[in-house]
Design a protein around this ligand. Structure first.
Ligand code: NAI
Length: 723
């Protein structure tokens, strides 16, 4: 687990290597080995010149043991506290050994791995493009509890530690970490890494942590210093803005542990940090987030849905048809992944405009120092705008992103059928149209598939792959590989109107409309959603996707929705009244306004349209905010179980990951199906309690809340065999 190799110069090189695992983690066995190693270091201290910590794995150290964490509940507080104290005490003994200890960081160090390096007196990292350092804990509802908060705050200063590391969860490259002072030196290769570590040991025989030396001053000051005192109120205010009022506890606990810790001695600060950690680790929110954004996400990305017997075949040249908002973004991410792309619109000038937008975006990134200008030029060099189908010759991947009009899409696929490579993968980025119908436009429906990207393409991590009735397994495997090559997460779903994500998203925004129709003031509707962690309110979201799209769904999907929901959704009438208001209608943000007037930030920003209260008279007592939020979460969860029961979405993991990454279902509930799994109601917990709750909502507000039969037969959704 930890090999001990004492060299002639007296330096002990400790190599971390968990024999049974692909990466080192804070497993029970590792902690035991660390304890034995620290005992031995103390016993043999007189014969030791210094210590180098390095790893035999590609990753230096992956972090905490999430398997264990996800199972911990409120009753485990005492055990969790004892365990984190045990690890922290070992790290403290290491840094107080009285001998220089250097971390020779040969690969990525995250979470517990970075905590380990911070307990060393000096950090040398390998200059490797793939190497990352960071505390991703906040993204899983946690904080680094074995000294990570205290040491990073004392070494970097409060403001830097919070914004660059602890609250952002960012994974930093070696160069950035060096600039921040998180690491001390960068080495060119593994030999240089060890040489630098040993040289530092020779030059610093009496090393100690700076904060253990008398008179140490924390960079940037302590909360009692005027400069920092003036800044302190900014952190909670920034948090409120970032979290939009949602009840995510980790960022607040991180700020509290950091600020409180600075006002006491270092050992008391560690104890404060452990206690905040224990509260988070034993709470439901971190369990939900670890389950969805670690375990479920890893399952989805592991390739379980990719037909294993189809060999990989990289794309050599791609075509993107329709250079609008989506097409421009898709072409950009393909070019970033190294694929040459022909970008076609109605004419070359329209396609060139999309390339110009990408160029402007890249220029901004170069100007901000986020990337090298050569890299940006190479990306642009791979984008060829055109208005001519002939330029698509030889393309082995086609992604269509023209207007959402079935006959236009049909014309496009007919036109390119004979031009591109004879076995090219043919994909549509439609957000609602069934893939099986679109596939009728081509001579090879087995090569036709849906690749549903989300906006903005460059930033959104999810792609929904839609398998039509005739889609073959080669097409599925190739589509899966394309999405992974773009660094995105693919969920694979079966064809259905609206697939999985758009179907579930629609239930959220229509619920918002229904609440407005019942008299709930518009800002209360929005607040209800933000408070439980949605990134935006349903009325804002409808304005952004456009009310025309909602009308199109009302016109085409109405029959399905009615069948499923036992009647016309009351939200449709609300949307229709607004969209048809005064003849011209209010159709959303792009067409001048919808529920809101959208003015630039400097001119007042987003404001509720004053005419809204005439259309829907307000009754502030109509629906309490908490109830409204529950209705939004519940209706999405129920629709997700319908998708699971109908075989549209194939697993709990896909549904959780797809709902969080694609449509902003609050991560603190772990996704639309984990919401059911962890539901706590008056009648108890889990699926049966959720069913009782949803039934009560259905009786009061309509059949859209009625859970499908499948859910009544289960105690846990994770029992369902994948269909
Ligand atoms: P957009 O209106 O920004 O772009 C459509 C582009 O297609 C325009 O540049 C237009 O000139 C071009 N076009 C029209 N006819 C063409 C033809 N015959 N040949 C080549 N180009 C042609 O639309 P947007 O938002 O990019 O949507 C495109 C597709 O992506 C639609 O199917 C939409 O449903 C889908 N989608 C949209 C999302 C969104 O958030 N806007 C999200 C996911 C999918």
């Amino acid at each position: 687990m930890i090999t001990w190799n004492q060299r002639e110069n007296g330096v002990v090189v400790l190599t971390l290597d968990d024999p049974g695992a692909s990466a080192n983690t804070m497993s029970e066995a590792f902690v035991a080995a660390l304890a034995a190693t620290v005992d031995r270091l103390e016993a043999e201290r007189d014969g030791i010149a210094g210590v180098v910590l390095t790893s035999a794995k590609k990753t230096f150290f992956a972090g905490g043991n999430l398997e264990e964490l996800v199972r911990q509940g409120p009753d485990d507080r005492a055990d969790v506290l004892a365990e984190v104290r045990r690890i922290a005490a070992l790290l403290r003994r290491l840094e107080r050994l009285g001998r220089p200890v250097v971390a020779a960081v040969n690969g990525t160090a995250l979470g517990g791995g970075l905590e380990l390096t911070l307990a060393c007196h000096h950090r040398v990292v390998l200059d490797d493009d793939a190497l990352r350092l960071g505390f991703p804990e906040v993204t899983l509802g946690l904080l680094p509890g074995a000294g990570g908060v205290v040491r990073s705050v004392r070494l970097l200063g409060l403001a830097t530690a919070l914004t660059e590391l602890l609250l952002s969860g960012k994974r930093l490259r070696a160069g950035v970490a060096l600039k921040l002072g998180l690491v001390d030196e960068v080495a060119t290769d593994p030999e240089d890494l060890l040489a630098k570590a040993e040289k530092w040991i020779a030059e610093n025989p009496d090393a100690a942590q700076p904060f253990d030396r008398p008179g140490y001053k924390v960079p940037g000051g302590t909360p009692s210093s005027p400069a920092l005192a003036a800044m302190l109120p900014v952190f909670p205010a920034t948090l409120v803005k970032q979290l939009k009022g949602a009840a995510y506890p980790a960022p607040r606990s991180i700020v509290a542990a950091a600020v409180e810790g600075l006002q006491v001695d270092v050992d008391t600060a560690f104890e404060i940090e452990h206690r905040y950690f224990v509260e988070l680790a034993c709470g439901q929110i971190s369990s939900n987030m670890v389950q969805a954004l670690w375990f479920d996400l890893n399952t989805v990305n592991s390739g379980a849905r990719r037909p294993a017997d189809v060999p990989q075949r990289p794309v050599t040249k791609a075509a993107v048809i329709g250079a609008g908002m989506m097409g421009g973004g898709i072409a950009h991410v393909l070019a970033e992944a190294g694929v040459p792309v022909v970008l076609k619109d109605v004419d070359a000038a329209a396609a060139q405009r999309a390339k110009d937008r990408t160029a402007a975006q890249l220029e901004r990134e170069v100007a901000r120092g986020r990337r090298a200008s050569e890299g940006a030029s190479a990306v642009l060099g791979r984008l060829t705008p055109t208005g001519d189908y002939a330029d698509l010759a030889g393309c082995d991947l086609v992604i269509e992103a023209v207007f959402e009009d079935p006959s236009l899409k049909h014309d496009v696929f007919t036109a390119l059928d004979g031009v591109v490579a004879p076995d090219a993968l043919l994909a549509s980025n439609t957000s609602t149209l069934p893939i099986t119908g679109l596939a009728q436009s081509v001579s090879r429906p087995e090569d036709f598939i849906g690749l549903h990207f989300f906006s903005p393409v460059e930033r959104m991590p999810l792609v929904e792959i839609i398998v039509g009735e005739k889609t073959g397994k080669v097409a599925l495997a190739r589509a899966y590989d394309v999405v992974r090559a773009l660094g995105k997460t693919p969920i694979v779903v079966n064809d259905s109107r609206g697939f999985f994500t758009s179907r579930v998203f629609t239930t959220l925004v229509l619920e918002g409309a229904a609440l407005l129709g019942e008299g709930m003031p518009p800002m209360s509707v929005e607040r209800a959603a933000l408070q439980v962690g949605f990134p935006a309110g349903p009325l804002t979201l409808m304005d952004e996707v456009s009310l025309s799209l909602m009308l199109a769904i009302a016109a085409t999907e109405d029959g399905d929705v009615q069948e499923r929901s036992g009647g016309r959704h009351p939200g449709f009438a609300v949307v229709e009244a607004l969209a048809g208001h005064g003849g011209a209608g209010r159709r959303g943000k792009a067409s001048g306004g919808g529920f809101f007037d959208w003015r630039p930030e400097g001119e007042g920003g987003k404001r509720v349209w004053p005419g809204l209260s005439d259309l829907y008279p307000e009754d502030p007592g109509a629906v309490p905010i908490g109830q409204a939020a529950e209705r939004m979460l519940t209706v999405m969860a129920v629709e997700s179980t319908r998708c699971l029961a109908e075989g549209v979405v194939l697993s709990v993991e896909d549904a959780n990951v797809g709902s969080i990454l694609g449509i902003g279902f609050p991560a603190m509930y772990g996704g639309a199906l984990q919401y059911i799994e962890q539901y706590q109601g008056p009648s108890g917990r889990g699926v049966p309690a959720f069913v009782a709750h949803a039934d009560a909502l259905a009786d009061a507000h309509g059949e859209r809340f009625r859970p499908p039969r499948m859910l009544r037969e289960l105690t846990s959704l994770r029992e369902t065999p994948p269909s």
